[in-house]
Design a protein around this ligand. Structure first.
Ligand SMILES: NC(=O)c1ccc[n+]([C@@H]2O[C@H](COP(=O)([O-])OP(=O)(O)OC[C@H]3O[C@@H](n4cnc5c(N)ncnc54)[C@H](O)[C@@H]3O)[C@@H](O)[C@H]2O)c1
Length: 433
C-alpha cells in the first residue's frame, strides 16, 4: 500500500471523526515541571481527542471541562479520570456556562472544541479572563470576529494559537523547509483545496442540523478555509513578508449534491427538508498576494467522491510540488529528466528539523501526526511566549469565509482582504514551524 493511500485513509478517518489512528501512549514532557492547567470547552469528537493528546504530557492538569451535552462531557471526564485518577469538575448548565468556568483561577489555558460558530466568542471571553487559547479551526466566522480576536490578543497579551494540524503534516513541513532554503526560488502559484464529502456530518439521524449543517444553511462561500490555505499561506510567508491582498470567488449554481443526499438519506418530513441551504456544492476562490503570488483555493464538502481532505500544489520558478500526484516534486537541476519524482527522495536532506526531532512522539497520532504537533507547539508557545500560528494567521485565513460569501453576493466581485497585521507583515520574521 502506498504512502499516499495510507495518508488518505488517515485523513478520511481523522477528518471525519477527529479521532486518532493508533494511539500508542507516548508522553512528551518527560520531566515534571510547573503544572500546565487546562480546560476544554466543547468535549465532542475533536475536543476529547485533543484532550487525550494533551494528557500525554505529564505536566498537564485538567481541573474542569465544559459542554452542553452530558454524554460528551462524561466521556471527557472519564478520559481525565483514567489518566490522572481524579474527575474534573463539569460545567453543563447551558450554552453560556463556559463563562462560569472561565472565572476559575486555577486554569492557564483553554482548548476550544465547539462548533465553529462559537470559536471567536469563547476565545475572546477566555483571553479576557486571563487564559491562553488553543482554538479549533476556523478561528472565526466573520471579519468582525477576526478583528475581535486580534484586538483581544493585543489588549490581553495572551497566547492564542489556531489548532491548524495540516500545517504540521510531514510533507507540508518538508516543502516549507525547501521553500525556506531556496529550492523553489520565487513562489508564483499554489493550488489547494478542502474536498471531502462531509454531508453525513451535517445532520442528525432524525434530520436536524448539526453545527456543520447550520454552517451550510447560513454561508454560501468557503466555510472551511484554513486546512487548505494555512500551509500555502506559510509557504508564501503570508503575514511575514507577504500578505493576502484580494480575492474573487465563484461557485456552482446551488447545491444539487446536498439535496440528493437529503433526499436519499434523511427521513420524510424532517426539518432539514424544509430548509433552504445557502451553501453551494463547490466553490473556488482566487487569492492574490502582495508579492504577486496567485492561490487557487477550492472548497467542496458536498460532492460524492472516494478521496477526502486537503490537497496542495506549489509552483516556484525553480521547482514544483503536487500532493495529488502522490506527493511528487520536480526540481530544476536536480530531478533527472522532465518527470515527477517522489518528494520522499529528498527526505534525508529536507525533512523538517521539527519532524526529525519529534517523529517518534508524533507518529500514530491523528492527521498524519499533525494533531500531536498542535498540542506540543501550543504548550511550548505558552512557555516561550510566542505562538507559531498566531492571531494574525488565524484572522487572515479565517476571514476568507465571510469575504468569499461577500464576493459571491456581488456577482464574483473582487473583495479586499484586510491586513490584520496593520502593516507589520513587512517586518514580521518568517516562521519555519
Ligand atoms: N483540525 C481538524 O482536523 C478538525 C477535524 C474535525 C473537526 N475540527 C473542528 O473541531 C471543532 C469541533 O468539531 P467536532 O467534530 O468535534 O464537533 P462535535 O459536534 O463532535 O463537538 C462539538 C462539541 O461542542 C459542544 N458544544 C456546543 N455548544 C456548546 C457550548 N455553548 N458550550 C460548550 N460546549 C458546546 C457540543 O455539545 C459538542 O460536544 C469544529 O470547529 C471543527 O471545525 C477540526
Amino acid at each position: 500500500m502506498s504512502k499516499q493511500i495510507d495518508r488518505r485513509k488517515l485523513i478520511k478517518l481523522g477528518a471525519a471523526t477527529g479521532l486518532a489512528i493508533g494511539t500508542g501512549r507516548v508522553g512528551f514532557a518527560e520531566d515534571k515541571k510547573k503544572p500546565f492547567r487546562m480546560a476544554v470547552v466543547g468535549t465532542g469528537n475533536r475536543g476529547r481527542y485533543l484532550l487525550s493528546l494533551a494528557l500525554r504530557d505529564k505536566n498537564v492538569e485538567v481541573p474542569a471541562l465544559c459542554d452542553i451535552r452530558e454524554p460528551n462531557l462524561k466521556q471527557a471526564q472519564d478520559i481525565v479520570a483514567e489518566a490522572r485518577g481524579k474527575q474534573p469538575e463539569g460545567y453543563l448548565k447551558g450554552p453560556k456556562d463556559y463563562l462560569r468556568m472561565l472565572n476559575r483561577d486555577d486554569l492557564d489555558a483553554i482548548i476550544i472544541g465547539t462548533g465553529m460558530q462559537l470559536h471567536a466568542p469563547v476565545a475572546i471571553a477566555a483571553m479576557k479572563a486571563g487564559k491562553h487559547v488553543l482554538s479549533e479551526v476556523s478561528g472565526a466566522i466573520t471579519v468582525d470576529e477576526c478583528w475581535g480576536l486580534v484586538r483581544t490578543v493585543q489588549e490581553t497579551g495572551k497566547i492564542y494559537m489556531l489548532s491548524e494540524n495540516c500545517s504540521y503534516w510531514p510533507e507540508v513541513m518538508m516543502v516549507q523547509n525547501m521553500v525556506d532554503r531556496g529550492v523553489f526560488g520565487e513562489l508564483t502559484y499554489a493550488e489547494c483545496g478542502y474536498v471531502h464529502d462531509c454531508r453525513f456530518l451535517m445532520f442528525t439521524p432524525d434530520g436536524n442540523l448539526t453545527w456543520r449543517g447550520e454552517m451550510g444553511r447560513d454561508w454560501p462561500g468557503n466555510n472551511y478555509p484554513t486546512h487548505s490555505l494555512g500551509p500555502v499561506a506559510d509557504w508564501f510567508g503570508v503575514n511575514r513578508g507577504d500578505r493576502l491582498v484580494s480575492l474573487v470567488t465563484s461557485a456552482t449554481g446551488g447545491n444539487p449534491a446536498l439535496m440528493d443526499y437529503i433526499d436519499k438519506h434523511l427521513p420524510k418530513d424532517c426539518p432539514a427538508r424544509k430548509i433552504k441551504f445557502k451553501a453551494n456544492d463547490s466553490s473556488t476562490t482566487l487569492i492574490k498576494t502582495a508579492n504577486g503570488g496567485l492561490i487557487d483555493l477550492r472548497f467542496d464538502i458536498h460532492s460524492p467522491r472516494p478521496t477526502a481532505g486537503p490537497y496542495y500544489a506549489l509552483q516556484g520558478v525553480k521547482a514544483s510540488y503536487d500532493s495529488t500526484l502522490g506527493e511528487m516534486v520536480w526540481i530544476e537541476g536536480r530531478t533527472k529528466g522532465h518527470k515527477w519524482e517522489p518528494i520522499a527522495n529528498y527526505k534525508k536532506e529536507f525533512e523538517h528539523p521539527l519532524w526529525t526531532k519529534l517523529i517518534d512522539k508524533a507518529r500514530g497520532t491523528g492527521h498524519g501526526g499533525g494533531d500531536f504537533f498542535v498540542i506540543h507547539q501550543f504548550i511550548e508557545a505558552v512557555e516561550k511566549g510566542v505562538s507559531p500560528i498566531d492571531v494574525y494567521d488565524s484572522a487572515t485565513w479565517s476571514s476568507i469565509m465571510e469575504l468569499s460569501a461577500r464576493s459571491l453576493a456581488e456577482g464574483s466581485s473582487v473583495v479586499e482582504i484586510p491586513d490584520f497585521t496593520e502593516g507589520k507583515w513587512k517586518i514580521r520574521k518568517r516562521r519555519t514551524v
